[in-house]
Design a binder for this molecule. Structure first.
Ligand code: PLP
Length: 412
């Protein structure tokens, strides 16, 4: 007799993006002449850089030849192409971090790895997450049966440790005070745009080492860090290889949101309560070789191109483009009197709603008065209530127009 995984029944309804869509659609039907601008998206809009496109065209043509097909056309190593793993490891060495290519496992993007990584840890392990944060960590925790029951009144799971990120702590989490075996950290953070500095990360590394917990560090937005003193990788912190896994993505740094490519570093030094160094790396290898047949060969060739100096220079132009949008939004909002955070080393601007409005009331106000769509902060966790996320991933002209409307039409 088959039964469902009852943990799915324990999931909080994920209604953020469907509700945004519903409200936007209703507004557009009632106001067919209004030109609505979406500044809420976390998806990229700029096309792939030409150097990467050329590499993919070339790879596709080679796949139509016997030699090319033999070289990389069929099943490859589940862990990723050796030259790509080497190139990723070399990228870390630019920041003074020594990672061996065997510690890097290529994937089809960060989201899958951020969830799948839980499978190498004990079923009774519990989880700490930032609040607010990218919602995927919480949902996989619930699906994997590690969350405990959902308390409907507070909207919180009973076994999850929520690390509050609020203006009072500069949106930087404090180390968990009670048991947390797996600690998700997202820096630069989605949605707050906050980046953890060295000393803040050092506290987590010390804590993880002393409690034998493991940090799962999501660095998907590291390409947006402009401040040279801010760490782009957890491994810039001494001791992190013993207690941290890093998950990375080509989505936001190179525009691969649709192409799909990422990687995870599980260091050989990593240990936990019942795992000697090397064991967790082995388990992740085992998990990936069992459940995953490797990222698409074309995507991997594109990733290789993205990591060359020419690829990096072209990707940087796109990152700069989004960062300019962030500056436009941030300055514009501040001129209207709204208090903003983030947006400097991250592609998101996190704004306090005016007059203590709820996130959803402000969503409606912005849509009705300025015809601009953003993302209500409460969708990222209870501490996101009273905040709002705008994104730099739009087109520059749309961003300018949206900000202009906010300045001239929004009544605060
Ligand atoms: N991590 C964070 C914090 C994100 O915001 C996102 C996507 O928006 C992802 C990971 C997903 O990355 P990928 O496209 O590589 O799956």
């Amino acid at each position: 007799m088959a039964t469902i995984n009852a943990n799915y029944d324990n999931l909080a309804p994920s209604y953020l993006f469907s509700e945004i869509g519903k409200r936007t659609k209703a507004f557009c039907s009632a106001n067919p002449k209004a030109k609505v601008i979406k500044l809420g998206i976390g998806d990229t809009t700029q096309p792939l850089p030409p150097f990467i496109v050329d590499a993919m065209v070339d790879a596709a043509k080679r796949l139509g030849t016997i030699e090319g097909y033999k070289a990389f056309g069929h099943y490859g190593d589940e862990q990723g192409m050796t030259n790509l793993r080497n190139a990723i490891a070399a990228k870390y060495s630019e920041r003074g971090v020594q990672i061996d290519a065997s510690e890097v496992l290529v994937s089809d993007g960060a989201k899958s790895d951020l969830g799948n990584i839980q499978s190498i840890f004990g079923e009774d392990n519990n989880v700490a997450i930032q609040d607010p944060v990218y919602p995927a960590y919480l949902d996989v925790t619930a699906i994997n049966g590690r969350s405990g029951e959902l308390d409907k009144a507070s909207g919180k799971y009973k076994r999850v440790f929520y690390m509050k990120c609020v203006p009072e702590n500069n949106f930087s989490p404090e180390v968990p005070k009670s048991k947390a075996d797996l600690i998700y950290l997202c820096s630069p953070n989605n949605p707050t745009g906050a980046v953890m500095n060295k000393s803040q990360l050092e506290k987590f590394v010390e804590h993880a080492q002393s409690t034998k917990s493991v940090i799962i560090f999501d660095a998907a937005y590291s390409a947006f860090i402009t401040d040279k003193n801010l760490p782009r990788s957890i491994y810039e912190i001494n001791g992190a290889k013993k207690c941290a896994i890093e998950v990375q993505s080509f989505s936001k740094s190179a525009g691969f949101t649709g192409l799909r490519l990422g990687w995870t570093v599980v260091p050989k030094d990593l240990e936990c309560e019942n795992a000697v160094p090397g064991r967790l790396n082995q388990l992740w290898n085992r998990r990936q070789t069992t459940f995953f047949n490797g990222a698409s060969n074309i995507a991997q060739m594109a990733g290789l191109a993205a990591l060359t100096p020419e690829g990096q220079a072209q990707c940087q132009q796109i990152v700069d483009y989004y960062q300019t949008n962030c500056q436009i939004i941030k300055k514009g909002l501040e001129r209207t009197g709204l208090r903003t955070f983030g947006g400097e080393n991250a592609p998101y601007i996190w704004a306090r709603t005016p007059n203590n409005m709820s996130s959803w009331d402000f969503f409606d106000k912005l849509l009705n008065e300025a015809n601009v769509v953003g993302t209500p902060g409460s969708g990222f966790g209870p501490s996101g209530e009273g905040f709002f996320r705008l994104s730099g991933f739009g087109f520059k002209e749309d961003t300018e127009e949206a900000v202009d409307r906010i300045k001239t039409r929004l009544h605060i």
